[in-house]
Each structure stands twice: as structure tokens, then as C-alpha cells.
Design a protein around this ligand. Structure first.
Ligand SMILES: [Cu+2]
Length: 149
């Protein structure tokens, strides 16, 4: 029995070790570009890295904002507009970028505490019930090239 459980433990360890970084569900390079106009929504961007199975980002929350939505900017006949997304598919092992001119977060009412700290803690909610907490770097207008929203 001992020998069997040892063997099992060893193969479990091997299995874990063989899981590359490519199939861990995570997100990085999260930023929030504060709107230069007080009261206007700010924009959030990040890279969503797919895990071992296909999933989808179905919501993003934060204790220190009024409201947050997932949007996609589209261009039709030279006119930019954006629509609200219910979910953002995150295929296994793939990276999905939230970036200016594409999918992004629209954030209303970023709290003073997060602005002061320079970080906004948010929780990513996935369709497979996984939740990931991430700190997005809060950038004031002028800190970086303003995103074309
Ligand atoms: Cu938007």
C-alpha cells in the first residue's frame, strides 16, 4: 500500500510539473487610464491568459468603483462606437488582450483611495467559477499617451 501511494504521489507530482505556465488561468499588465474629464468613465486594459480549459470572463468587480462594464470598440464606416459585452471568451492556452481600440473595461467612479495608492484591486469572474484578484496600475491622464476611446 505504501508503495502504491508513493507511486501515485510521484506521478501526481510529475503531472503537476508537466503543466506549463501556458495553461494557468491568470491576467497581467492591468492598467486603468483615468479619464481626464472628471465624471467621465476611465478605461481598463489587461492581458487575459487562458488556462487548461476554455472559459470566459463574465464579470469584473471592484470594491472601489461605482460601476464597471466590459466593452468592445468597433469601427464601422470610419465611425468608432462601442458596445457592452456580456462575456469575453478566453480560450485554453491563448492570450486575449484588452487594449485601446478593442475590448476594454469601462470604469465609473474610481475611488480616491485607489487613485492615491496608484492601484485598483479588481476581481475577475470567469464562467467556470474561477475568480482572480488583480491590482491594476492607475494612471492619471498625462502619465501615458491617452487611449483613443
Ligand atoms: Cu467603453
Amino acid at each position: 500500500m505504501n508503495r502504491i501511494s508513493l507511486t501515485l504521489a510521484a506521478s501526481a507530482a510529475l503531472l503537476l510539473a508537466s503543466c506549463g505556465q501556458g495553461d494557468v488561468l491568470y491576467a497581467d499588465e492591468a492598467v486603468v487610464n483615468l479619464s481626464p474629464v472628471e465624471g467621465n468613465p476611465s478605461a481598463g486594459y489587461m492581458n487575459l491568459h487562458g488556462g487548461p480549459v476554455d472559459t470566459a470572463l463574465v464579470g469584473v468587480t471592484s470594491d472601489d468603483v461605482l460601476r464597471m462594464e466590459m466593452h468592445e470598440t468597433t469601427e464601422k464606416d470610419g465611425v468608432m462606437s462601442m458596445e457592452k459585452l456580456k462575456s469575453i471568451p478566453v480560450p485554453a492556452g491563448k492570450t486575449v488582450k484588452l487594449e485601446p481600440g478593442g475590448k476594454h473595461l469601462m470604469i465609473w467612479g474610481v475611488g480616491a483611495a485607489s487613485k492615491k495608492r496608484g492601484l485598483l484591486t479588481m476581481t475577475l469572474i470567469y464562467s467556470n467559477d474561477e475568480r482572480i484578484e488583480i491590482d491594476a496600475v492607475v494612471r492619471k491622464a498625462g502619465d501615458a499617451a491617452p487611449a483613443a476611446e
